[in-house]
Design a protein around this ligand. Structure first.
Ligand code: PGA
Length: 250
């Protein structure tokens, strides 16, 4: 058995108000029950629903993570949210470098600074990497992933490995229903682990897979030796489906 406890996180993206988040978390709590779970569980609501979700999850095994963070603690950054602000909502972590944020202009340097700022505030971090279809077809996947991983980890210390996970999310699989095969996902995850291993203990670091994960494919993906859980978008919006994905980690 692996020493790495699986992590299943639901990225709600721009869905759900505070009231809806509270209802969703309450339902998820009931579905997951009080017994031991095969995975650590987290939901990632929008900023405006973090506090409601954190309150609803309090005392349960459900962690609450934000979807993005700014690198500054405060300042003239209209529309941005800092790591200390996320901590103040009761959330415990944050996604950094999701491909939808990178597509909107987030750079490798910002990803590195945001990972650092989040860790400094005591947040758990899931940092996302992944290649486009054009990059995969051009045979550029491995160097691209290596560059993204090295850039994201530039400011991470070896002793912080437990506070960080990397999600391998091929862009062509996100929201498309075109899930990576377990073989492709495993190969990429192993590569990410090897590169991250230059800085962090590869036996401890958790690597997740994301991109059209569903209750039907989650088990086979998470059974791969280098895949320690899932970052789930669309399928996490349904509590029953998300609970089924959590159970598939066993
Ligand atoms: P998806 O999204 O599960 O809807 O493909 C995954 C993600 O973007 O994290």
């Amino acid at each position: 058995m692996s020493a790495r406890r699986p992590l299943v996180a639901g990225n709600w993206k721009m869905h759900k108000t505070g009231v809806e988040a509270r209802e969703h978390v309450a339902r998820l709590r009931a579905l997951l029950g009080d017994g031991e779970l095969p995975a650590e569980v987290a939901v990632c609501p929008p900023f405006t629903a973090l506090e409601a979700a954190a309150r609803a999850a309090s005392g349960s095994p459900i962690g609450v993570l934000a979807q993005a963070v700014h690198e500054a603690a405060s300042g003239a950054h209209t529309g941005e949210v800092s790591a200390p602000m996320i901590v103040a909502t009761g959330a415990e972590g944050v996604l950094v470098g999701h491909s939808e944020r990178r597509a909107a202009g987030e750079t490798d340097a910002q990803v590195a600074a945001r990972v650092r700022a989040a860790l400094d505030a005591g947040l758990q971090v899931i940092v996302c990497v992944g290649e486009s279809l054009a990059q995969r077809e051009a045979g550029e996947t491995e160097p691209w992933l290596a560059a993204q991983v090295r850039a994201a980890l530039t400011e991470v210390r070896a002793d912080e490995v437990g506070a960080l996970a990397i999600a391998y999310e091929p862009i062509w699989a996100i929201g498309t229903g075109r899930t990576a095969t377990p073989e492709i996902a495993q190969q990429a995850a192993a590569h990410v682990r090897a590169v991250a291993g230059e800085r962090l203990d590869p036996g401890v670091l958790r690597i997740l897979y994301g991109g059209s994960v569903t209750p039907d494919n989650a088990g086979e993906l998470m059974a791969q030796p280098d895949i320690d859980g899932a970052l789930v978008g669309g399928a996490s919006l349904d509590p029953d489906g998300f609970a089924a994905i959590v159970r598939a980690a066993s």
